[in-house]
Each structure stands twice: as structure tokens, then as C-alpha cells.
Write a protein that binds this ligand. Structure first.
Ligand code: NAD
Length: 360
């Protein structure tokens, strides 16, 4: 263990080495009514023919953007799917081709935004992302795509949307369950950034503020889901959390989400909510600085705070509820331990198997 590891609970270069911090070149609008400016943002990116990708849940907001685009609306595509299946992207590419679209505006959760990234990856089209959940994909240069049940991920600065429009008004329709699981999904980005080996002062500050904002605002939003002010704070905190995800390497939490999600086709935000408190209990003893920051954010035991949020969900709260077979857990542990993401505590096969058993 290096002295830096001992001091920070993470494998960070000693203070004399050079830290590299790269911020994606994304323009961000944030505030009530911001969605009304999405058409202007598309024009700013040079759009003449816009493909509007919208989740069905965002149809009303998409109607308004379509009206504002007027003749610059080339087409609409309203069938984004989780984990960006290449078959769905191929259908949307046909629309791009037949309408000569030169820009994509995506309104919805991570599924709509993932589709916009996939189209941009194939065409170079600029993107305006208008997120309606807290998943954070809009803040990252990462695209995960699924083909024949296998998910592959690529990272390229060109994949990050040129403009992100955060309008808290679009999050008011999130049902309480989605609000809870999507916010815990965002919290996971901040938590993993705090124990990442490539964390910097910048990401520590972002992640701490994100965790503080999510843990503070989420209970208020769950008490009053239609209150715009706490919704705005929660969305801002989720923005910071997504930015952390873009700038640090993921650890055991995201690895388990990827391996379990891929193996058993599990719902993204619900899975994150089942995993997070357990991974925190596993990792935080080996990441004292992250533990201290999270204890301040939670105003107490962060594992208890997150576990309380997870237990309050009226959907699946354990791997067994998600339909994961107990017999498959050992294989997952072996896959994780064979090629671990960087993590403050070594994920041995037995250690991960035990962790999965508790999640089960
Ligand atoms: P999602 O986009 O699939 O949305 C989940 C459900 O909620 C959908 O039915 C959607 O229509 C509905 N919904 C969305 N916003 C709503 C709102 N405001 N009101 C009511 N209903 C609403 O799920 P998600 O959790 O937002 O995103 C998950 C996807 O994003 C996964 O495919 C995941 O892999 C991807 N993701 C990618 C990254 C990245 O960096 N590439 C980061 C995070 C998530």
C-alpha cells in the first residue's frame, strides 16, 4: 500500500505527481422553463433539420419543442429502448436517412439520450439532450449499446451532447418509485467518484456537493413530489453526480450493475438501488476519506441513510425480488473478481459472493 493509499483510502498518485482533469465541453442550461429554449439551442448548434427523439413519457414536452422548431422539425422518433439496442438505432437511422436530419434533440431518460448518442456516433450529428430522469447519461461521453444481448461500452469526447437542457418542470411527472430509484442511481455516481483512483480535488468537490444535494433533497421530493423547488435542487445535484461519472473511473458498484444487468436484463435504476448500500458497507471501511465526506452529507451513517432510501421503495428491494437466480451468483462473483474495475477494497470471489448473498 502506498502512503497515498494509506492517507486517502484510495490509490491516488502522491501529491507531487501530475493530475489530469478533463471537463467535457458541454453547454448547460438549467432552470424552470429551460425546455422552452431547446429549439434555440439546436439552432445554435447549426441545426436545419432536427430529429426529435422522445420517450413516450415526454410526449407533451416534445410536442412543445416540435411546435417551437416549426419547419426545422425533420421527424420524430418515439421508441427509444433501455440499453440502446442496435436494432432500434437502425430503425432511427432509417428516419435520419429519409429525412436528411442534421441534428438530434432527445427528451427523456437515459434511454432516449442513449439513442441520440448512438445516432451521433454514426453520423456526427450534434445533440441537444433534455433529461427527464436523474440517470446522468447526458453528462457523459459514454455510450453503451446492446447487440444480441451483449452490451458493449465506448467512451469518446465526441459522444457527449453539445448542449444539455435541465428543466426541473419535466421531472414533476416522475412517479415516486422512479424518483427514488433514479435519484439513488445518481447518488451511486457520486459515491463511486469519491473512492475512484483518479479522483481529483475537482471531482471530490462535485461528488460531495452531489451527495449532499441528493441526500438532502430526495426525502423532501418524496414528501411533496410536485414541489418545484426541491425538484430543482435534486436535479442540480444529479447533474453534478452525472458530471462525476464522466470524469472518474467506475468501481465495484457499477461493475456489479453492468455484470448483473447484462446477465439478467435487469431494470437500470432499480438495480442500482438494490446494490448501493451494500457496496458502500463493503467499500467504505477501505475508503476513509469517502466515508467521512458521505457521513457529513448524510448527517450520520451514510450506509443506514442509503439503505433506508432503498428499503422505502415499494418495488424490488433485493436481487431475489428482481428475479436473479441464487444459483447464478457465484458465476457473477467469479466474473467480477477475474477482471475487477478499480476499487478501494479488493473484490475477491468469496468477498463478492458474500456481498451478492446479502443483496439477494
Ligand atoms: P429510461 O430512460 O429507460 O426511463 C425509465 C422509464 O421512465 C421509461 O419508461 C421512461 O419513459 C420513464 N420516464 C422517464 N422520465 C420520466 C418522467 N419525467 N416522468 C415519467 N416517466 C418518465 O431509464 P433511465 O433510468 O433514465 O436511464 C437508463 C438507461 O440509461 C440505461 O440504458 C442506462 O444504461 C443508460 N445510462 C447511460 C449512461 C451513460 O453514461 N452512457 C449513464 C446513465 C444511464
Amino acid at each position: 500500500m502506498t502512503s497515498a493509499t494509506a492517507a486517502h483510502g484510495r490509490t491516488r498518485p502522491p501529491d507531487t505527481s501530475v493530475a489530469v482533469h478533463q471537463t467535457p465541453a458541454t453547454r448547460v442550461l438549467i432552470g424552470g422553463g429551460a425546455c422552452g429554449l431547446a429549439h434555440e439551442e439546436a439552432a445554435r448548434l447549426g441545426a436545419r433539420r432536427v430529429l426529435l427523439v422522445a420517450a413516450p413519457s415526454a410526449a407533451v414536452a416534445a410536442d412543445r419543442v416540435a411546435d417551437a422548431l416549426g419547419p426545422r422539425l425533420a421527424a420524430r422518433f418515439d421508441r427509444p429502448a433501455p440499453h440502446t439496442p442496435v436494432t432500434v438505432t437502425a430503425e432511427a437511422m432509417e428516419v435520419v436517412g429519409s429525412t436528411s436530419a442534421d441534428c438530434v434533440v432527445a427528451i427523456g431518460g437515459g434511454s432516449a439520450i442513449g439513442l441520440a448518442k448512438a445516432l451521433s456516433a454514426r453520423t456526427g450529428m450534434p445533440q441537444v439532450a433534455v433529461p427527464t430522469t436523474y440517470a446522468g447519461s447526458e453528462a457523459t461521453p459514454v455510450l453503451g449499446e446492446t447487440e444480441d444481448g451483449v452490451k458493449t461500452t465506448r467512451r469518446d469526447p465526441a459522444l457527449a451532447p453539445g448542449t444539455v437542457v435541465y428543466d426541473p418542470g419535466l421531472t414533476l411527472t416522475m412517479p415516486p418509485g422512479l424518483t427514488r430509484t433514479s435519484a439513488v442511481n445518481a447518488l451511486a455516481h457520486a459515491v463511486e467518484a469519491l473512492w475512484a483512483p483518479d479522483a481529483t480535488r475537482f471531482t471530490d468537490a462535485l461528488a460531495t456537493e452531489a451527495a449532499d444535494g441528493i441526500l438532502g433533497a430526495l426525502p423532501e421530493v418524496l414528501d411533496d413530489p410536485s414541489g418545484p423547488e426541491p425538484r430543482g435542487r435534486l436535479q442540480s445535484a444529479a447533474w453534478l453526480a452525472g458530471t462525476c461519472l464522466a470524469q472518474t473511473r467506475m468501481g465495484l458498484h457499477h461493475q456489479l450493475a453492468h455484470v448483473l444487468g447484462g446477465a439478467f436484463d435487469l431494470p437500470h435504476a432499480e438495480l442500482h438501488t438494490v446494490l448501493l448500500a451494500h457496496v458502500m458497507a463493503f467499500n467504505l471501511p477501505a475508503a476513509p476519506e469517502a466515508a467521512a465526506r458521505l457521513a457529513r452529507a448524510a448527517d450520520g451513517d451514510p450506509v443506514a441513510a442509503v439503505s433506508g432510501l432503498a428499503r422505502g421503495y415499494d418495488g424490488p428491494t433485493a436481487l431475489s425480488d428482481l428475479g436473479v437466480p441464487r444459483s447464478g451468483l457465484r458465476d457473477i462473483a467469479e466474473r467480477v473478481a477475474a477482471k475487477p474495475y478499480p476499487n478501494p477494497r479488493e473484490p475477491t470471489v468469496d468477498g463478492v459472493a458474500d456481498l451478492l448473498d446479502r443483496m439477494y
